[in-house]
Design a protein around this ligand. Structure first.
Ligand SMILES: C[S@@+](CC[C@H](N)C(=O)[O-])C[C@H]1O[C@@H](n2cnc3c(N)ncnc32)[C@H](O)[C@@H]1O
Length: 262
């Protein structure tokens, strides 16, 4: 039995690694399905990522698309050191910069990306807002003919997302869908990213929303919201945060998905 990577209790450490990260694994699969076709259509595909030190997604994409250029940052020194060592050991063409994403987007020479994987897993914050605004303002996204760039992100579900309640309520919801807090939070992030996109003449198409709770750090891990958003080169008057079906995964669902006996 493998030792859990993030496990910090005896109970967590005794569980098989696959059980540790079902939600994350599920989201990585969705992101691969949503991004690989577009990356394959691009001559010189490039992505940005916050890889941490698992590198599973980056290794998998590198196998599927060997000419994919991967820009990566990590702001924590200890994680940066392990991640860079692992990338080298795996033979991944990855030069991880020790930096915050915001500093990187603001100060580096712009290299347009087809995929931005902002896997924060933290709460909404002004820093994340500024990073997103900088991506659009400085033109980090590549619009290449028939393939639009993708922004994928994971954030912690929390009360802070109720900040966007008025924005979400401005969009007509499908019949039968009630506005309760959980739904407002699930749909709020596409709405604020669409607002930023709108300032810069672009739009957002919601491809996928997943809500999951992955007991990776402890039994009390927080609920995460994962989004795959296609960015369109023009504004979308018909944008709706309700346009993609949102999947709400319970722990039992994840157990079934990964054929793990609970
Ligand atoms: C959830 S982990 C990434 C997991 C990885 N994408 C995977 O699939 O396993 C997020 C990583 O990004 C780092 N991070 C979070 N916010 C950041 C920021 N604003 N700038 C740079 N690194 C950040 C964290 O320290 C952490 O190592």
């Amino acid at each position: 039995m493998k030792t859990a990577h993030y496990g910090n209790s005896r109970f967590e450490q005794q569980r098989p690694a696959v059980y540790q990260s079902e939600g994350k694994t599920y989201c990585r699969h969705i992101l691969e399905r949503e991004s690989i076709p577009a990356l394959l259509r691009t001559d010189e595909p490039r992505m940005f990522t916050l890889p941490a030190d698992s590198l599973e997604f980056e290794a998998s994409l590198n196998r599927a698309i060997p000419n994919l250029e991967i820009l990566a940052v990590e702001r924590r020194r200890s994680i940066h050191a392990t991640a860079q060592a692992k990338a080298t050991q795996l033979g991944l063409p990855l030069n991880i910069k020790l930096s915050s994403d915001l500093a990187f987007f603001e100060k580096s020479e712009v290299r347009q990306c087809d995929l931005m994987w902002l896997d924060y897993c933290g709460p909404y914050s002004p820093g994340k807002f500024n990073a997103m605004e900088t991506i659009f303002r400085r033109g980090w996204l590549r619009f290449a003919g028939d393939s639009n760039p993708i922004i994928a992100t994971t954030m912690m579900e929390g009360m802070d997302l109720n900040l966007f309640k008025e924005l979400v309520l401005a969009y007509a919801r499908p019949p039968g869908v009630k506005h309760y807090r959980q739904l407002i939070r699930m749909h709020s992030i596409p709405v604020w990213i669409n607002e930023i996109a709108h300032w810069y003449g672009c739009g957002i198409k919601v491809r996928s929303i997943v809500r999951y709770r992955d007991r990776v750090r402890s039994i009390n891990s927080r609920t995460m919201l994962f989004f795959v958003l296609e960015v369109t080169p023009e504004r979308r008057p018909d944008f709706s945060p309700w346009e993609a079906k949102a999947t709400n995964l319970t722990t039992a669902d994840l157990g079934r998905l990964f054929h793990v006996n609970n």
